[in-house]
Design a protein. Structure first.
Length: 281
C-alpha cells in the first residue's frame, strides 16, 4: 500500500472517530458543560503524554487556544440542545466564515468562486431554522453557528501556527477547556456508564482521532484531507439515528447537503482546500 493511500485511510479513520462525538454526547445523562469539562480533561492527559507539546505564548497561539476551547464547549452545548445533525453541520459552516475573513485576516485573495460558495452555503444554513424545533432547539442552532465562528477563528490562527504549533493548540486547548469549566464539572454525578463514555470520548474521539490525523496529513494533500474529513459531518448524524433514533429534519438534511456541497465544490474548483485542519469538536 502506498504512503498516500495509508495517509488517506488514516484521515478517514480520524474523521470516523470524530463523528462518534454526537452519539457519545447524547448518551451521557449530564449537563453539557459537565460533559465538555471531563471529555477535555481526559483528552488533555492523553495528548500531553503523547506529544509533550511546548506552550507557545504568541498572540496567534493564545488566540487559537481560546477559539479551540470555545469550539469544544459550544459544540457540546449545541449537540445537547439541538439535533446532532444540526450541531455538526452548523459547526462545519465555519469554513464559510474562513472564506469571508481570510482576505481581511491573512491577506488571501477572495475569488469569484468563493463568493458563489459562500452565497450557496448561507442559503443552506438558513434551512436549519425552517424546521419544527422548539425554542431550545433553535437556541442550540444559534450555539452551533457560534461554534462555526470559533472554528473559523481556529483555522485562521492555526495557519500561523503550523506543525508543532497546531499540536500544542489541540493539547493545551483541552487543558484550558477542562480548567475553565471545572466549576461546572459536577463531580462524578454521571455514574459509571457515563464515566466510561466520557473516557472513550476523551481518549478515542479526540486524542485517538488526532493521532490518526497527524499520521495521515503528512502523506496527503490539503484538498484531499479536507474532502475526506467531510466523512465526519456525514457519519455523525447517522450514528445518532441508528443508535438513539434521533432523526434530523428534512430541512436540516437539505441544508447540510447544500453547505457541504458548496464547500466541496469550492475546494475542488479552486484546487486549494480552505480547511486542511482537524475538526475542532
Amino acid at each position: 500500500m502506498s504512503a498516500e493511500r495509508r495517509g488517506a485511510l488514516a484521515i478517514a479513520a480520524a474523521a470516523l472517530l470524530w463523528s462518534t462525538g454526537g452519539i457519545g454526547i447524547k448518551a451521557v445523562a449530564a449537563p453539557p458543560l459537565t460533559i465538555a469539562c471531563w471529555r477535555s480533561a481526559v483528552a488533555a492527559l492523553v495528548l500531553l503524554a503523547l506529544f509533550r507539546p511546548r506552550f507557545r505564548p504568541t498572540t496567534a497561539f493564545l488566540g487559537a487556544l481560546a477559539c479551540y476551547a470555545a469550539c469544544l464547549t459550544t459544540f457540546v452545548v449545541a449537540t445537547k440542545w439541538t439535533t446532532a445533525a444540526n450541531a455538526i453541520f452548523l459547526q462545519y459552516s465555519g469554513v464559510v466564515w474562513v472564506l469571508l475573513l481570510a482576505p481581511l485576516v491573512l491577506g488571501e485573495p477572495f475569488h469569484g468562486r468563493d463568493a458563489v460558495a459562500v452565497a450557496v452555503a448561507l442559503a443552506g444554513m438558513a434551512l436549519f431554522f425552517a424546521g419544527g424545533l422548539d425554542a431550545r432547539g433553535h437556541a442550540g442552532d444559534v450555539v452551533g453557528l457560534v461554534s462555526g465562528l470559533f472554528f473559523a477563528g481556529l483555522i485562521l490562527l492555526l495557519r500561523r501556527e503550523r506543525g508543532a504549533g497546531a499540536q500544542a493548540v489541540i493539547a493545551w486547548g483541552n487543558v484550558v477547556t477542562a480548567l475553565v469549566l471545572a466549576p461546572w464539572s459536577g463531580g462524578f454525578a454521571f455514574g459509571p456508564g457515563g464515566a466510561a463514555i466520557l473516557v472513550l470520548l476523551g481518549t478515542v474521539q479526540i486524542a485517538g482521532a488526532y493521532v490518526f490525523f497527524v499520521r495521515g496529513i503528512g502523506h496527503v494533500g490539503a484538498t484531499q484531507a479536507s474532502l475526506i474529513s467531510m466523512l465526519e459531518p456525514v457519519a455523525n448524524p447517522i450514528w445518532v439515528l441508528l443508535l438513539i433514533g434521533e432523526r434530523p429534519s428534512r430541512f436540516a438534511v437539505a441544508g447540510g447537503a447544500i453547505v457541504l456541497g458548496a464547500i466541496a465544490w469550492r475546494t475542488l474548483s479552486v484546487g486549494q482546500a480552505p480547511v486542511p485542519l482537524p475538526a475542532p469538536d
